[in-house]
Design a protein around this ligand. Structure first.
Ligand SMILES: [Fe+2]
Ligand SMILES: [Fe+2]
Length: 155
């Protein structure tokens, strides 16, 4: 209620962004659960290919909003978090590279590789969820500091 407008905009934007990304991550989790290396179900692999394509589009947009707006807003409020923010930004590149590789593997529709693709993407899902929760924690700290009036360089 007492949140200044800039804060409100940042938290609302970030919340919406992250709701969307979690929606796509949940779809990936479902698609992975549907993969059965033994059954040779190619429809499940088709679904995975479609989910990866949707997630990729979403992540490109998501990362770009974070790199161009959200991360700077966090560093403005929490300068000591700059190194971690730089590491998170670097992870954005890695996250897209891994997804691109997975997309190529899934597109090849090689049923013999389904088991390892599923394991790799399950680990990937864990990594990206961890990335998102680190961002959420930094955002929470940044907003908490602003609401306490402890912004650096301001009185
Ligand atoms: Fe991110
Ligand atoms: Fe994020």
């Amino acid at each position: 209620m007492n949140t200044p407008p800039a804060d409100a905009a940042i938290s609302r934007q970030s919340l919406e962004e992250h709701e969307q990304i979690h929606f796509f991550l949940d779809r990936l989790e479902e698609a992975l659960a549907g993969l059965d290396p033994k059954s040779g179900d190619s429809e499940a692999l088709e679904r995975l290919v479609a989910v990866i394509a949707g997630l990729r589009e979403q992540i490109i947009e998501h990362n770009s909003v974070e790199d161009s707006v959200l991360f700077q807003a966090i560093v403005d409020r929490l300068p000591e978090a700059e190194d971690e923010i730089l590491a998170l930004s670097e992870e954005h590149r890695k996250i897209l590279e891994i997804l691109e590789l997975a997309r190529i593997h899934a597109r090849n529709r090689d049923m013999e590789e389904v088991g390892s693709l599923r394991d790799d993407l399950t680990a990937y899902l864990g990594m990206i969820r961890e990335h998102e929760s680190r961002e959420a924690e930094l955002l929470r700290q940044a907003l908490a500091r602003e609401s306490r009036g402890l912004l650096p360089g301001r009185t």
